[in-house]
Design a protein around this ligand. Structure first.
Ligand SMILES: CC(C)(COP(=O)(O)OP(=O)(O)OC[C@H]1O[C@@H](n2cnc3c(N)ncnc32)[C@H](O)[C@@H]1OP(=O)(O)O)[C@@H](O)C(=O)NCCC(=O)NCCS
Length: 180
């Protein structure tokens, strides 16, 4: 993936193994913030799981099957955004993301996802981009809503997070709906 610069302060680039110390430290410092909505934050072991995650991201990017990226604010890692996969037949992907707790509330993720959507439609020539969030995760849902994604449906009680089963909201955006 080329470097994406959503704003003069922000840079998105694919993780490499050199990013492991910063990534491990950030996930560890934000475990309580992330575990509310991201079940892996409970299970993750430092730094071996992050190494597997980064290697998996490098492999899938080499196959054209998505990427896992870091979001850097003035050079400091503050979160992550990526494409979980790319379905070749439909040219469709799903975007996932998280931010450090103390970096929320300033529009970083909306800007980051806007840039990744632009890359997906503009460079990868995707046809469809999806974002899935627990129905109760209003902060996450607000990101696709700000960017003009359509709420296409809510799958009922299909999304397990620790001992709770949540409804899952599915947002979609098509290439010809993207204003750029
Ligand atoms: C989901 C998550 C990334 C959203 O973070 P966020 O900071 O709310 O999202 P943004 O960075 O786009 O910022 C939006 C906030 O900044 C405000 N904001 C300020 N300037 C803004 C701008 N230029 N553009 C957009 N929003 C702006 C918005 O009003 C909003 O604040 P509000 O919620 O108080 O109204 C974050 O809550 C998170 O990491 N959660 C835990 C992990 C998670 O749930 N991941 C998603 C799983 S599906």
């Amino acid at each position: 993936m080329p470097l994406l610069t959503p704003t003069p302060d922000l840079l998105i680039r694919s993780f490499t193994l050199d990013d492991l110390p910063a990534l491990s430290a950030l996930v560890k410092a934000n475990r309580d913030h992330l575990r509310r909505w991201l079940p892996w934050a409970d299970r993750v072991e430092y730094p071996s799981d992050e190494a597997m995650y980064v290697e998996m991201g490098i492999d899938k990017e080499a196959r054209g099957d998505g990427f896992e990226g870091g979001i850097y604010r003035r050079g400091v890692l503050v979160g992550s955004v990526g494409m979980h996969y790319v379905v070749p037949e439909t040219r469709a992907t799903e975007i996932g993301y998280w931010l450090a707790g103390d970096q929320t509330g300033g529009g970083i993720m909306t800007a980051a996802v806007r840039a990744v959507v632009g890359y997906g439609f503009g460079v990868l020539k995707l046809n469809r981009i999806e974002i899935r969030a627990a129905a109760a995760n209003t902060k996450s849902r607000a990101v696709p809503e700000r960017l003009g994604f359509r709420l296409e449906g809510v799958l009922r009680r299909c999304h397990a997070i620790r001992d709770e089963i949540h409804d899952l909201a599915i947002y979609g955006l098509l290439a010809d709906e993207w204003a750029g």
